[in-house]
Design a protein around this ligand. Structure first.
Ligand code: JFZ
Length: 597
């Protein structure tokens, strides 16, 4: 599974000019996308007819659009669904309106998913909505025309590797097709993928992006051919993150539903479901709350990403009412607070806050508060000078009183802010901070005003055998990615302001597929503080939901207590003794030190 790839560009002197050339066209392509921040994903196809049920069989843990694979339905049988595909209630206007009302700026629709069925008229294969169904109308055309009319960007999902209708493609290993190794993948690409992409990129006017997916073993050469074709036919069309073959796409996608725990540079996007499936399933009612979705939208923008949120229309051609309702509420919030989202950039901080997160524009920070404080509100570690503050929901921009505090000994800045008692929005309220110059934040780890000290894994010095090492703290629960090497050690240096006794908790995370979260415990570690070694076994003493993921919980291991005799700088180390090798490894996220009562 692809995770976010952190790319470090080494700018060689002679390479800088070349980079500027590449970046200028990429910047051009990406401009509307960066401005948008919020888009609609549409998974729609023949799978919306069985809607998660096949001959009386149901499965909560399977995604709807994979039903052909789930029940190993032969192509000859599955393809007859086309004769029933007749979405009489489909109205492109209604789709675009739902997206617009939500505040979404682009639509990405499945032009062909893994089942191989095309939602557009194709001369390459009769397995398409015009030639194989009683409906006979080109859905991609209708939606594209409507998007063009209404100023909505239109993007096509296209499954370039898996095509379960094709003997030479990837993925179908239940039909009587040649074994995967004997297939001529290139033949499939040349005879279906390239000609269909040509149709999509020539027959419908401007296409803003092709969203590729599940590349599997696609080669660099194959991916290059596909990329070159898209570039040739529509140079401004974005190529999404999952083309494969190691080629450079225009941006990265995270794993599905995965929100990174920190700010991430570059262009990236979270493809996400509204319940637990992409393609419509009639019995999936695990709807996310509109509050949760609004907070995720803000948090993703704060970390620098786009949110591509899915709806799965029914066989009738309507977006489920529950989805419409959720999106409408997000849209109402966007009407008031959209300024903090559209065209915003990532937070100047690396880490999220317990109360919410921050987006920015030149001269402005937008603090999105989802835990409205009882009493004073604090923003810590901001070095920039503040001009004024007001609530985004307040048209009069009535100044919010604040005080800039500075602890010289700890070199720590704190803003003490007098918010009104009542939050303007019960879900997430935005406080605007007008600042002088570019935002500057402290890099140190320092105790906050509640006394809590947060030692996040990604803030540690990470070493192996005394040398700098890499450990990605970015699994989909926000913890370490496959940490199985017990020689990797973590080490934090931090500033304590208030001496006293502190309880220590070690936090790891669930991870794995969103339909089945998973966690491995039993690892043995030591925590070293002030020459004192505490041996610890990683058990799930308690679990805590993480509002940033909605799927993967934080797992808490109580780790005893420690004492700071006086204010100052301290060091703490975490060193594994043994890590359980099966399963997910040690999904460590952070250590929290909390004042003991
Ligand atoms: C893929 C598809 O298989 C799925 O049907 C849906 O279209 C989704 C948006 O994309 O599923 C994936 C692809 C990549 C990951 C997980 C699920 N990943 O990188 O973790």
């Amino acid at each position: 599974m692809k995770k976010i790839i952190f790319v470090i560009l080494l700018s060689l002197v002679y390479g800088q000019w070349a980079n500027a050339q590449i970046n200028s066209t990429q910047d051009e392509r990406m401009a509307w996308w960066r401005e948008s921040r919020f888009g609609m994903f549409i998974h729609w196809g023949l799978y919306s007819i069985p809607a998660g049920e096949w001959k009386g069989q149901y499965d909560d843990k399977k995604i709807g659009e994979w039903i052909m694979n789930t029940y190993k339905i032969p192509y000859a049988e599955y393809s007859t669904l086309a004769k029933q595909f007749n979405p009489g209630r489909f109205d492109a206007k209604a789709f675009v309106k739902t997206a617009k009302d939500a505040g979404m700026k682009y639509i990405t629709i499945t032009s062909k998913h893994h089942d191989g069925f095309a939602l557009f008229k194709s001369n390459v294969s009769p397995y398409n909505v015009v030639d194989a169904t009683p409906y006979k109308k080109d859905i991609i055309k209708a939606l594209t025309n409507e998007c063009h009319k209404q100023g909505m960007k239109i993007c096509y999902y296209y499954s370039q590797a898996q095509d379960w209708a094709e003997p030479n493609a990837w993925g179908n290993n239940w039909d009587n097709y040649p074994p995967e190794k004997e297939r001529n993948h290139t033949q499939y690409i040349n005879s279906k993928v390239l000609p269909q992409l040509t149709e999509l990129l020539t027959n419908y006017g401007e296409v803003n992006m092709i969203w590729f997916d599940t590349p599997l073993s696609i080669t660099k050469e194959q991916a290059d051919t596909i990329k070159a074709l898209v570039r040739k036919l529509q140079p401004k069309c974005i190529i999404s993150g999952r083309l494969g073959g190691g080629i450079e796409p225009d941006y990265q996608s995270t794993s599905d539903n995965t929100v990174p725990p920190t700010t991430v540079t570059g262009d990236w996007e979270v493809p996400a479901t509204l319940n637990n499936t992409w393609g419509f399933k009639k019995y999936d009612n695990a709807w996310k709350s509109p509050d949760g979705v609004t907070r995720l939208l803000f948090d993703i923008a704060s970390k620098g990403g786009n949110y591509l949120l899915n709806v799965g229309p029914t066989a009738d051609g309507v977006i489920p009412q529950e989805s419409v309702n959720i999106l409408k509420q997000v849209g109402d919030w966007m009407k008031v607070n959209g300024e903090a989202i559209y065209g915003s950039k990532a937070s100047p901080y690396y880490l999220e806050f317990p109360w919410g997160n921050i987006t920015q524009k030149p001269g402005r920070l937008y603090a999105g508060i989802f835990n409205w404080p009882q009493g004073d509100f604090y923003i810590e570690g901001l070095q920039s000078k503040i001009r004024r503050m007001y609530l985004l929901a307040d048209k009069a921009k009535k100044p919010i009183p604040f005080e800039e505090q500075y602890n010289k000994q700890a070199n720590h800045h704190t803003l003490k802010i007098k918010l009104p008692v009542q939050a303007p929005d019960k879900v997430l309220s935005v406080l605007v901070l007008e600042i002088e110059g570019a935002a500057k934040t402290e890099q140190q780890i320092v105790q906050d005003h509640t006394g809590k000290i947060n030692l996040f894994g990604g803030k540690a010095a990470i070493t192996k055998n005394g040398r700098a090492a890499l450990l990605a703290i970015n699994n989909n629960g926000g913890g370490a990615q496959n940490w199985k090497d017990a020689a990797i050690k973590l080490d934090w240096t931090f500033t304590v302001i208030k001496p006293g006794n502190y309880n220590m908790e070690v936090v790891s995370t669930e991870t794995g597929a969103h339909e089945k979260p998973d966690w491995t415990g039993g690892h043995q570690v030591k925590v070293i503080f002030n020459g004192k070694v505490t041996d610890l076994k990683i058990y799930a003493d308690s679990k805590r939901p993480n509002p940033r993921t909605l799927y993967w919980k934080n797992i808490i291991t109580n780790a005893g207590s420690l004492t700071f005799e006086k204010p100052g700088i301290y060091q703490l180390k975490l060193e594994p003794i043994t890590i359980i090798q099966e399963g997910r490894g040690f999904t460590f996220r952070e250590i929290n030190l909390v004042p003991a009562k």
